[in-house]
Design a protein around this ligand. Structure first.
Ligand SMILES: Nc1nc2c(ncn2[C@@H]2O[C@H](COP(=O)(O)OP(=O)(O)OP(=O)(O)O)[C@@H](O)[C@H]2O)c(=O)[nH]1
Length: 393
């Protein structure tokens, strides 16, 4: 296939990648990695412009492939840099500067100047190493809802790496193969088509990563309370419904620890609303400390909270709630030179066979909580059914 046509097509694909990533960067209020991926598109475009100029002018000085190949290698590196930045790692452009200078300088080796095939064999390990570092990062992504979004880029990088190695291997075992500078031999045409495919799919794969990441962040924000980091009522509905269905299928006991800060209005009135916010975070942090890491924690509103506990009998549930109450009572909030004593009132309830919904149990836990308030606050009250079991335990 005509080399000039492929260079123009690759240049167009690189331009689309650069523009799409830049536009997505603006639309996503500056998501990490997109500018690096836009830069990758620009570097590939620049390498195509150099190649285009060489074909059109017919000039073959070694400086032309030196610059073109350095830009091309930099394009591959920038894809990894974007991924690193997206994952919160430094992009390492200092390393890129070193690699680009090395790639350019290698063109003045007599081996590289002897034949185009030699240059291809010389630069294949460098490009494959860059692709491999991207694959390694992608492969190590933890399992979870975001992982699938990284797979298209991983497959693309593996495919690209494989074709580079096959082409270099072929040249190594067929030393009589002759390639001309920016020629249209089958081996070069195949390589150019892979570059074209890479540029077309890389942009889409990177966009997919960002879009999925933002979708998950939005979903998390919609289910989380921003002050405490605890889940909100909406999340409670999803999670408790799922757990209640599990209980119905013969799973473990499902219980609620509902609690409310005592005389919280007085904290706000005496110390101000922002100290009130600090006090809420203080109480939730202590509750987290007293609970096990795997209980689901919810802020239901204002200074009302609930913990969804699975797999514990009434006696153990009472013990857990007492630990929370005790730690909060023993740990006043220090704010400057002020010490603010805090306590919570707690109610407990476990889902019963007659319950038609988890909300029945939460309602009972709420009733028990208000009984704690009526009986003087700073105490744990199991709802009557739980209390009966607790006596038996
Ligand atoms: N600082 C702060 N205060 C809040 C927040 N949400 C609710 N509140 C306040 O919490 C207080 C709750 O007051 P009450 O419902 O009267 O309860 P209380 O003073 O704790 O009294 P008892 O519950 O009966 O012990 C109100 O003053 C609300 O304004 C919040 O996010 N931050």
């Amino acid at each position: 296939m005509d080399a000039l046509t492929l260079i123009v097509a690759s240049g167009m694909a690189a331009t689309i990648m650069a523009a799409a990533m830049a536009m997505l960067y603006r639309a996503s209020s500056g998501a990490a990695g997109l500018l690096d991926w836009s830069l990758a598109g620009l570097l590939f475009l620049a390498s195509n412009i150099v190649a285009f100029g060489a074909v059109v002018s017919g000039r073959h000085e070694i400086l032309i492939p030196a610059v073109g190949n350095a830009l091309y290698v930099a394009g591959h590196f920038a894809i990894g840099a974007g991924l690193r930045r997206h994952l919160g790692l430094p992009p390492r452009y200092g390393v890129l500067a070193g690699i680009a200078v090395l790639v350019a300088a290698l063109h003045w080796l007599p081996f590289a100047q002897q034949a185009v095939a030699n240059r291809l064999m010389l630069f294949t390990p460098i490009i494959v190493a860059i692709n491999f570092s991207v694959v390694r990062l992608l492969w190590r992504m933890p399992a979870g809802p975001a992982r699938a979004a990284y797979m298209p880029l991983l497959c693309l990088e593996v495919l690209f790496m494989a074709q580079m190695l096959v082409r270099a291997g072929y040249l190594a075992i067929m030393p009589e193969t002759t390639l001309t500078f920016l020629g249209s031999q089958a081996l070069q045409t195949v390589g150019s088509l892979f570059v074209l495919l890479f540029l077309m799919v890389a942009g889409m794969s990177c966009a997919l990563i960002v879009i999925r990441h933002q979708e998950l962040a939005l979903r998390k924000a919609s289910l989380t309370d921003s002050l405490t980091g605890w889940l909100n009522r909406r999340a409670l509905h999803d999670l408790a419904s799922r757990e209640f269905a599990r209980v119905g299928r013969g799973g473990h006991a499902l219980s609620f620890i509902a609690f409310d800060i005592d005389h919280f209005k007085a904290v706000n009135d005496r110390h101000g609303h922002s100290t009130g916010d600090i006090a809420i975070r203080h109480v939730t942090a202590l509750a987290e400390q007293a609970l096990r890491g795997y209980d689901a924690l919810f802020r239901l509103g204002g200074e009302e909270f609930a913990v969804l506990v699975t797999g514990h009998g009434p006696g153990e549930l009472h013990g857990i709630a007492e630990r929370v109450r005790d730690l909060i009572e023993r740990t006043p909030l220090y704010c400057g030179d002020k010490s603010i004593a805090m306590t919570v009132s707690i109610g407990l309830a476990t889902c019963a066979p007659a319950d038609t919904s988890w909300e029945d149990a939460l309602r009972r836990a709420d009733g028990a909580l208000y009984q704690s308030k009526r009986e003087g606050r700073n105490r744990v009250t199991p709802c009557p059914m739980v209390r009966l079991h607790a006596v038996a335990a």
